[in-house]
Design a protein around this ligand. Structure first.
Ligand SMILES: CC(C)(COP(=O)(O)OP(=O)(O)OC[C@H]1O[C@@H](n2cnc3c(N)ncnc32)[C@H](O)[C@@H]1OP(=O)(O)O)[C@@H](O)C(=O)NCCC(=O)NCCS
Length: 194
């Protein structure tokens, strides 16, 4: 996996060297309301990270994750992950979070755009999915801004703090990503021809 720099955010691949930084972010307050984040000791988390795949490439499966860094001085502000299941190796699922102080600046939307580009271009996925609880308006807006479409409600689709909850499934396809990129390129060409 490679590091990716967007306009304001650096996506640093998570590996044994920075697993503890991610572990600290995972334990920041106000992250568990809408998602399940297992509480594990730092050493166990580092062991889990060591067993993850190293390279995002076609047909690679497992959990790929980036620590998000931004600000001046630059510091960890959250994470974004892409999970690819063995049973559906052409479909990925994204997840993301920002620490409380980093919200409301567009960092999550910027990071998600970068991971979508990386997943379609490098891993050659056909579809990327995301699941949110219906009341997570901030996360829904992040998905909307990145071209995800609401697909359907999954009854008891997730477990949060030990309780089964319904989740909305969103997805973006390679075809719609290609179309959006072509339209963007055409608009840029028209602007520079004026
Ligand atoms: C979901 C979550 C990552 C969204 O964070 P966020 O800061 O709202 O999302 P972004 O970083 O994309 O920021 C977008 C917001 O910043 C605002 N913003 C301010 N300055 C901006 C700028 N320069 N550029 C873009 N957006 C900017 C936007 O208007 C937008 O606000 P709005 O959604 O109220 O319209 C965050 O709420 C979170 O971590 N929640 C807890 C964990 C969680 O729920 N994770 C998702 C589980 S599915």
């Amino acid at each position: 996996m490679r590091a990716v720099r967007t306009g304001r955010v650096v996506l640093v691949p998570v590996g044994p060297n920075n697993a503890r930084d991610l572990w600290e972010v995972l334990n920041a307050p106000d992250l568990r309301k809408f998602q399940d984040i297992p509480r594990v000791p730092a050493e166990e988390f580092e062991r889990q990270v060591r067993s993850r795949p190293r390279q995002l490439r076609p047909n690679a499966t497992g959990r790929f994750e980036w620590l998000l860094r931004a600000g001046d001085p630059e510091r960890p502000i959250g994470w974004i992950s892409l999970r690819v299941n063995d049973r559906t190796p052409r479909v990925g699922e994204v997840g993301y979070s920002l620490v409380y102080e980093a919200r409301g600046h567009g960092y999550a939307s910027e990071a998600l755009q970068a991971v979508i580009d990386e997943a379609f271009a490098t891993a050659e996925l056909d579809e990327i999915q995301a699941c949110i609880v219906p009341e997570n308006g901030a996360s829904r807006r992040v998905l909307d801004r990145n071209g995800f479409r609401e697909e359907r409600l999954l009854k008891s689709g997730a477990v949060i703090r030990g309780r089964h909850v319904d989740v909305l499934l969103f997805s973006v396809t390679r075809a719609s990503w290609d179309r959006a990129r072509r339209e963007h390129a055409e608009r840029s060409a028209t602007r520079s021809a004026r």
